[in-house]
Design a protein around this ligand. Structure first.
Ligand code: ADP
Length: 229
């Protein structure tokens, strides 16, 4: 029997980690853990964690590792079963998180086969994409859309979520200053994070994500052996 798979998506903000994850959830029945979504949900619900992280998120900085680990452990506790492969979208994001995560892996996820996928995209593409990104403001939904002309992620109705009829809005960190900070922070951590996984013996699959989402989905499936080249 094939082991269940656990994918770590490493890529800059706006590289489409969330969009590819959603496609895998929809088309392959996988499960997505997005620490960014968890953070925004905590903020919207004004939980104690949400109150502590609101400012960091708005300014594009990272949330403290200990709070991220707390949210991730809570998430795994809430999963009654793991019927399918899991995508970790935006987690782990620092070496300290990756170290904590390998402990979670050993204790709870021993049946899973870990694969690391690095999303390759230029900073200019990222800035252009994020300037047209809108999300559903329903905290349980957070579906992502693009208002860039010709995008396959355009909503069917003006500023309205296709899935839940929620209102679309810009994310509080999708403004120029915060975007630049997020990119800087990403580049500070990327190299060490990739080296950490390499040293642990995991292969890093590189996925070119500058192309349209459906083509990215096809390349991803080939990279992870779900589809013939
Ligand atoms: P992006 O990767 O496009 O910036 P996310 O939705 O993944 O978007 O994350 C948004 C924000 O949430 C980050 O800028 C950061 O403040 C916080 N965040 C999400 N995941 C983590 C993480 N693993 N560690 C620290 N902060 C995180």
């Amino acid at each position: 029997m094939n082991p269940k798979q656990l994918f770590v998506f490493i890529g800059p903000p706006g590289s489409g980690k969330g969009s590819l994850s959603s496609m895998c959830v929809e088309k392959l029945g996988w499960v997505q853990l997005s620490t960014g979504d968890l953070c925004r949900k905590n903020i919207a619900e004004q939980t104690p964690i949400g109150q502590q992280i609101d400012f960091a998120i708005k300014s594009g900085k990272l949330v403290p590792d200990s709070l991220i680990t707390e949210m991730v452990v809570q998430w795994f506790e809430q999963q009654t079963e793991h019927p399918a492969s899991i995508i970790l979208d935006g987690y782990p994001r620092t070496v300290a998180q990756a170290q904590e995560f390998t402990l979670i892996l050993k204790s709870r996820l021993a049946a899973f086969d870990l694969k690391v996928v690095r999303f390759a995209i230029s900073d200019e593409h990222v800035v252009a994409r994020l300037s047209g990104r809108y999300i559903c403001n329903n905290k349980g939904c957070q579906a992502v859309y693009s208002l860039i002309p010709g995008s396959s992620l355009a909503p069917r109705r003006v500023m309205t979520c296709d899935r839940c009829d929620g209102q679309l809005m810009r994310r509080s960190d999708d403004y120029e200053d915060a975007i630049r900070t997020r990119l800087k922070v990403y580049h500070q951590h990327e190299h060490d994070l990739i080296s950490f996984f390499e040293q642990k013996g995991y292969a890093i699959e590189k996925c070119d994500v500058e192309k349209p989402l459906l083509d990215v989905f096809k390349e991803f499936q080939q990279l992870v052996g779900l589809r013939a080249a």
